[in-house]
Design a protein around this ligand. Structure first.
Ligand SMILES: [Cu+2]
Length: 338
């Protein structure tokens, strides 16, 4: 057996494993709930499956049985016993259907009621959908404690979060399957959704309403952390960007300020204040770039800055013609913004 054939065999053997891997322990599966709402929805899914699958199988078998049994046998209608039997069977099935629908309806009502019935003062976040990324604003009654970031939402485990949903352009939909169902972001209309993560973890979300060319590249991460860790994250995010620590990063900051970046981006602590694109003040602390499209590594960051259209054709960030040393410095500066 040639090495190539052996490798192909190994790959083929891995396919069923990959399919199974889709079922549990994933970052984005409604079958692996990590919050109270997703848990309730999951219970409904399980109940519906247990009711619908046996009924589906029973109906299929009954139809097959009826079809096969009658083949070639002359049917004699009108005998009194048969009529009564049929009437009893139909009545039993109608009764059963009503019971099943009632069970279903009650389960549905209870689940829906419990989805918004959360105790405690919520953390308030405004999420704005834009083609094709997410702007995240943490609201606070003290203006200097408000925070704007992008594409990554940190929340404390166990605390209810009230997310206000709005859109800057077209209809998007917020969907983090391990935490809750979908809720739309609609231009000119304010929607809301309650969340509560009960287990720490990183949960991937995805825009779930077709919103244009790069709809598939509009993902986000929800990071649920123990409250102390969350507070520490929040405290550091509130700080302005640290001044460049060395000459390379200093050149990076100059490249940032000297190019078009400032028209669309903000780095708090510098003179830039653009709002067309994501806030970059703590870009280095985020796990991915361009709404979950590529991992946040120096290589991907360089590729993104030079040719965003190659990664997300149609995105409103233009390509940038930077000198190699300028680009290297810019990458070092931006990755250093932890
Ligand atoms: Cu979208």
């Amino acid at each position: 057996v040639s090495p190539a054939a052996r490798a192909a065999g190994r790959r083929a053997a891995a396919v069923p494993l990959l399919l199974l891997a889709g079922c549990a322990g994933t970052v984005q599966s409604a079958l692996d709930p990590a919050g109270i709402q997703a848990e309730r929805i999951h219970r409904l899914i399980v109940l519906a499956t247990w009711i619908a699958v046996p009924i589906g199988i029973a109906v299929t078998l009954a139809v097959l049985w009826a079809g096969l049994r009658r083949r070639g046998v002359a049917h004699v209608p009108g005998t009194e016993g048969a009529d009564r039997r049929i009437a009893r069977t139909v009545a039993a099935l109608v009764g059963g259907t009503i019971v099943v629908l009632f069970v279903w309806m009650i389960a549905d009502f209870t689940a829906i009621r419990s989805l918004t019935d959360l105790k405690g003062e919520p953390l308030r976040i405004t999420l704005t959908g834009k083609q094709w990324w997410w702007q995240v604003t943490y609201r606070d009654s003290v203006a200097s404690h408000q925070l704007t970031t992008a594409n990554e939402i940190h929340i404390p485990v166990g605390r209810p979060v009230l997310v206000t949903l709005q859109s800057a352009d077209v209809i998007h939909s917020f969907w983090v399957p391990r935490l809750h169902g979908k809720r739309d972001l609609i231009p000119g209309y304010v929607n809301r959704i309650w969340l509560r993560a009960d287990r720490p973890g990183a949960y991937r979300g995805q825009c779930a309403e077709f919103c244009g060319h790069q709809h598939a590249h509009m993902a986000l991460w929800v990071i649920a952390e123990p409250p102390a860790q969350y507070e520490e994250w929040y405290r550091r995010q509130l700080l302005a960007a640290a001044p460049p620590a060395d000459s390379v990063r200093d050149a990076g900051l100059k490249a940032y300020l000297g190019n078009s970046c400032v028209m669309c981006h903000t780095i708090r602590g510098t003179t830039s204040g653009g709002t067309n694109g994501p806030d970059l003040t703590h870009l280095g602390s985020r796990r991915s770039l361009a709404a979950g499209t590529v991992p946040n590594t120096p290589g991907h960051l360089g590729g993104w800055i030079v040719d965003p259209q190659g990664i997300k054709p149609g995105t409103s960030m233009p390509p940038n013609n930077l000198r190699p040393d300028e680009l290297r410095a810019l990458i070092a500066y931006l990755e250093g913004l932890k």
